[in-house]
Design a protein around this ligand. Structure first.
Ligand SMILES: CC(C)(COP(=O)(O)OP(=O)(O)OC[C@H]1O[C@@H](n2cnc3c(N)ncnc32)[C@H](O)[C@@H]1OP(=O)(O)O)[C@@H](O)C(=O)NCCC(=O)NCCS
Length: 149
């Protein structure tokens, strides 16, 4: 699901080489298996939306500083967007960060131009703070957003 959602999100704006690298690094079976079985302060594990034994959405985050959490990943099956699944996933990650780790603030990174992600974050009260230009891929700018939680 993450692989399909990643292609659907970045297929038009990012090179195939970039997408294939991200998928290889983050969405390989070994890494996902490890990430669904562990949960700690730095990585709270994957929250998944499941319907008839099929994963239709996934999200996860962790603490990056005292009282500060971050949403590291969120995807909803491209055919199931705008049904409220993403909101529930974000709520679950946020609840974990607030209740288990005392988060008062939450960050998220989003690729500049990702109009499938930015409006969602804005509707949840995230505000743009600054942009990050990666040295090795200066065209793929990351926007940092945060909100009080
Ligand atoms: C971002 C994403 C996880 C949101 O999940 P979702 O299930 O579609 O979102 P919801 O149905 O819960 O929508 C929640 C709110 O966001 C708004 N929203 C979501 N996508 C929007 C869009 N493209 N344009 C405008 N508003 C949007 C909805 O109107 C809704 O607002 P409301 O709560 O005020 O009614 C999902 O669309 C997705 O997988 N996008 C592609 C992947 C991606 O960009 N991930 C983020 C990478 S950093």
């Amino acid at each position: 699901m993450c692989i399909r959602a990643y292609w659907a999100t970045y297929g038009e704006t990012h090179s195939n080489k970039w997408i294939e690298r991200v998928i290889r690094d983050f969405y390989n079976h070994e890494r996902i298996l490890k990430e669904v079985t562990e949960s700690n302060r730095d990585w709270g594990g994957y929250f998944v939306a499941v319907e008839k034994e099929k994963v239709v959405g996934a999200a996860g985050g962790g603490m990056i500083d005292e009282g500060v959490g971050e949403l590291f990943v969120i995807y909803v099956d491209p055919a199931r967007r705008n049904e409220g699944i993403g909101s529930k996933l974000l709520d679950s990650v946020t609840k974990q960060q607030k209740e288990e780790y005392g988060a008062k603030k939450q960050w998220v990174s989003v690729q500049k131009g990702n109009m499938k992600g930015i409006p969602f974050y804005e509707s949840k009260g995230f505000k743009f703070q600054y942009e990050n230009v990666p040295k090795e891929y200066p065209t793929y700018i990351k926007l940092r957003h945060s909100r009080e939680i």
